[in-house]
Design a protein around this ligand. Structure first.
Ligand code: AMP
Ligand code: MG
Length: 427
């Protein structure tokens, strides 16, 4: 028998839409701007558009090793006299005389008057002469990139909000930027809760476990472009939670781990309510991660420089490590991205082919995200292949660590055949 539906809770799509609407709002809070060296700008977000400082490419250049010529002359297959040679780095040559060709290397400027480059593989040379081998002909523009073909001086090449990866660093370098204006990273408070938790370097006593969500969430935050701020673990009592929440609300975003289920010592929701929280949802029809809580806490702060009045978004993440990781990826990344000033952020889904039958899955009214391992390197002609990682439930950290994605099972789906095309959530 399938479990009773939970109609009061939003579905994954509904909860994602609620979070998206708040991400749009969060994007209006313009972060501070920092100036950082290009070499350490990886993962940051552009706070100024990137403009072309000159035409790109800055001169018409050859894309091949070969011979610059006039296409109409070369296509007659008569020998052309070689007038000279240019290599990459040489200044543009003098105009090409009629009936001549010019030896040229990849990246070298095209001599004025020429309109095509013959590939070295397509010609016959004889002393200081060259001709295009018949029956091949050549058209004007072949093997040449015109000056400004990619961009004109002053063009906006990247808008504000672009995430900086290797390609953006290359573009900035080619435009002469040795440093960039980027947005300050949002500070994300990580507040783990639970009487059973001890720090990683302590020996757990009977009934105790090491706090793994603290380091995991710090890593997820850093990878998503935030600045993790790990607070001391809160014990499961109202006083500890109240005082640490009061501290944590100074952050740009709050992640609270644990204490949001229905247990007697799940005290996080009442503590948030005492701190004046507005709840946007308290639970989502997903597994793992069903108890996820999302809302805003009021915040006001006055000092000599600024007067801040507003709210801070928070997520109450279920304490089970796999639940914490999944709910972070699904719901915290869009808000964190918006607070970082990014114009594109949030969970990344892809399609993959299921390697082996997933037979033991009962039907569920929840959208499920199951730890899975995807091989992205099979071939270029086939979809990536994914398989489930055996796991013993949402506390199974070893399964999480052996996975590199989550298999998405929509509401109502059960058993899947080998070869089925499925959606995966990338980590
Ligand atoms: P909770 O959400 O507080 O009910 O916790 C659910 C499960 O996750 C329990 O087994 C907790 O011991 C475990 N858990 C909670 N917080 C953490 C944490 N920071 N690191 C590792 N496990 C945790
Ligand atoms: Mg707990």
């Amino acid at each position: 028998m399938s479990p009773a539906p939970s109609p009061a809770l939003p579905s994954y799509d509904e909860a994602a839409a609620i979070v998206s609407a708040h991400a749009v709002e969060a994007a209006h809070r313009s972060p501070r701007i920092e100036h950082v060296e290009l070499a350490i700008s990886l993962g940051r977000v552009l706070a100024q558009p990137l403009y072309a400082d000159r035409d790109q490419p800055p001169f018409a250049r050859s894309t091949r090793d070969g011979f610059a010529c006039r296409a109409s002359e070369a296509s007659k297959h008569e020998f052309l006299n070689l007038a000279g040679q240019s290599r990459a780095g040489d200044a543009p040559a003098a105009p090409l005389p009629k009936g001549h060709a010019w030896e040229i290397m990849t990246g070298a400027p095209i001599p004025p008057g020429s309109d095509a480059v013959l590939m070295i593989e397509h010609v016959e040379t004889s002393g200081k002469k060259v001709r295009l081998l018949p029956p091949r002909t050549v058209k004007p523009g072949e093997n040449i990139v015109e000056q400004g073909a990619q961009a004109r001086e002053g063009d906006e090449l990247l808008p504000v909000g672009s995430a900086i990866h290797a390609g953006q660093i290359a573009l900035a370098a080619t435009c002469g930027h040795s440093a960039l204006d980027v947005f300050a990273k949002p500070r994300v408070a990580i507040l783990t809760t639970g009487d059973e938790l001890v720090p990683v370097n302590a020996s757990p006593g009977p009934g105790q476990i090491r706090n793994s969500n603290g380091p995991m969430l710090a890593a997820l935050v850093a990878a998503a472009g935030g600045e993790p701020w790990v607070l001391p673990t809160a014990a499961d009592n109202p006083e500890a939670l109240d005082s640490l929440l009061a501290e944590a609300v100074a952050a740009d975003l709050l992640l609270i781990s644990g204490g949001v289920s229905a247990g007697k010592f799940d005290l996080v929701e009442p503590a948030l309510a005492r701190a004046g929280a507005r709840f946007h949802f308290t639970g989502v029809r997903i597994q793992p991660g069903k108890p996820l809580v999302f809302g805003e806490l009021p915040y006001s702060h006055t000092d000599a420089n600024q007067d801040q009045n507003g709210t801070k978004h928070f997520f109450g993440l279920p304490g089970n490590p796999v639940s914490s990781a999944v709910t972070f990826l699904l719901f915290a990344t869009p808000i964190l991205g918006a607070l970082s000033g990014r114009h594109d952020s949030g969970p990344r889904f892809a399609l993959a082919r299921l390697r082996a039958e997933a037979g033991k899955l009962a039907k569920s009214d929840l959208t499920r995200f199951l730890p899975a391992s995807c091989s992205f390197s099979a071939t270029t002609s086939q979809l990536p292949e994914v398989e489930l990682v055996p796991w013993a439930g949402s506390g199974d950290l070893a399964a999480l660590a052996r996975s590199n994605c989550f298999l998405v099972l929509p509401e109502g789906s059960g058993r899947l055949e080998a070869g089925a095309i499925v959606r995966i959530l990338l980590t």
